[in-house]
Design a binder for this molecule. Sequence first.
Ligand SMILES: Cc1ncc(COP(=O)(O)O)c(C=O)c1O
Length: 438
Amino acid sequence: MAKLALCGGKALVGKNAKWSKWPISDAADVERIAKVTRANRWSYDGPTEWEFAEKFTAYQGAKYGLCCANGTVGIQLALEALGIGAYDEVIVPCMTWQATAAACVDVNAIPVLTDIEPDTWNLDLDAVEAAITPKTRAVIVVHLYGCMTDMDRLQKICRKHNLFLVEDCAHQHGSFWKGKGVGSLGDVSSWSFQESKVLSSGEGGFNMCKTKDLFYRLYSLRNCGRPYAADPPVFGLKKPADMAATTLQSGNYRLTEWQAALLLGGLKRLDAQVKLRDANAIRLSALLGEIPGILPMRRRPEITQQSYFNYAFRLDTKALGVNNRQFCLALNAELNLTEVFEPPYEPLNNCGLYKPLTKVRHHLNSAYRKAINPARFRTSVGTDAHENCGVVAHHQILLNSGKEIELISAAVKKIVDNIDELRAIKPGDIKKYQALSH
Ligand SMILES: Cc1ncc(COP(=O)(O)O)c(C=O)c1O
C-alpha cells in the first residue's frame, strides 16, 4: 500500500483544511475606499497618498519616500534619480524577479548578473567584488526569500568603490537589520505593492531615499518632470532652491488615492503580520532542521526582524535522491494545496521572462547587445537552487496557526520517511501520479 498522497496514499491534510488566504482586507478598508470615491481628489498628490508615504517611510526608518506606479518603475526611477544610464554597469543578483534587471536595461544600463550565497540565495559578496569594473556605478541588493546578505559588508564595498547602493525591497516590507529598516540602508530603495506582496494595493510601488535632492529628482521623475512644489509640503521639505534643476524629462508614474487608501489599511496590519510570519518561520525552520536531508535557510544574527514574501528551505538532493520538483509535488499533495510549494525563481541568465535582446529599444550597438546578453553569465548556485535543491512557498502559509506549521513539517517528514516511493516515480510518470493524488 502506498503511503504518500502523490502515490495514491492518504493525504496528511484533508480537502476541507482552511489555509490562510491572501490578500486580506477589513471593513475599515472598504470605508476608506468609499471616502476616496466620495471625495474630489482621486490622484495627484492627494492627502491619502502622502499620509501613507510619510507613515510607511517612518515605519522603515528612512528619511524621505514617495509612491510610484509599481515596483518595476520604482527601480527604473531609482536608477534615473542616481544619474545611471547608457552603458553604466549595475550589479544585480541572478536570483530575483526579472524586473530588477529589466529596469536596468530600460535605462540603457548593463545588468551584471552575479551569483548568490548557497544558504541565503541573496547576493554573494565575493562574487560582487569580483564583478566590479571601472564601469560599475551601482549594486542592486534584492532582499529575497526571507534572508539577507551581509549588509554591513555590502555597504563597505559600495563606499570603498564609490558605488551607489540600491535596495530592491519588493519582498521585505517590515525587515530590519540591526534595528534599521530595509529601504533605509542604501541610497535609494524600491518597493512593490503588487497583489501578492506583504503590503499590497493590487498594483503600486514606492521609493525611499537618503537625501532631499534625491527626493526632488524622484518626485519629478514620477510626475512627468514637474518639480516638487511643496503643495502640500511633505517631510518638512520646502520647494527646491533651483526649481529648473529638478524639471526632468519623464512620464506619469503616479499612484491613485484608492491604492493609497488600501495601503494605509495594510500598513496598520503589517507589523503584526510580519511578526506572526517571522515567529512561524523560526518555528518551521527549527522543525525542518531536525529532519534528515532538509536544510533550513541561514538567518544572520544581525537581522532583528525578518519579513517573508516567500518562505524557503533546501533539500540535500544527494541524500534524498529526488529533486525539488518531485518533492514539491509530493508536499502539495500531502497538504492538499495546489502549487503552493514550488522551486525558486529561474536565475536570470536563463529565464523565460527575461529576454532583453527581444526588445528593439535595447539594440544600441553590437557591444551593448553582447553586454546585456544574459547567457554570458554563469550562476551555478542560482541554477542549483532553481533546478535541484530549492523549495519555496508564498507567505500566506506563515499566516496560519502553530497547528498548520506543525502539519507542514509533519508532511515534509512523511515524505522523507517514505522517500523510496517518491524516488521510484519515473519523471515521465509524474503527471499520472499527480492526477491520482487529486
Ligand atoms: C524582487 C522584485 N523586484 C521587483 C518587482 C516588480 O514589482 P512590480 O510587480 O510591482 O512591478 C517584483 C515583483 O514581483 C519583485 O519580486
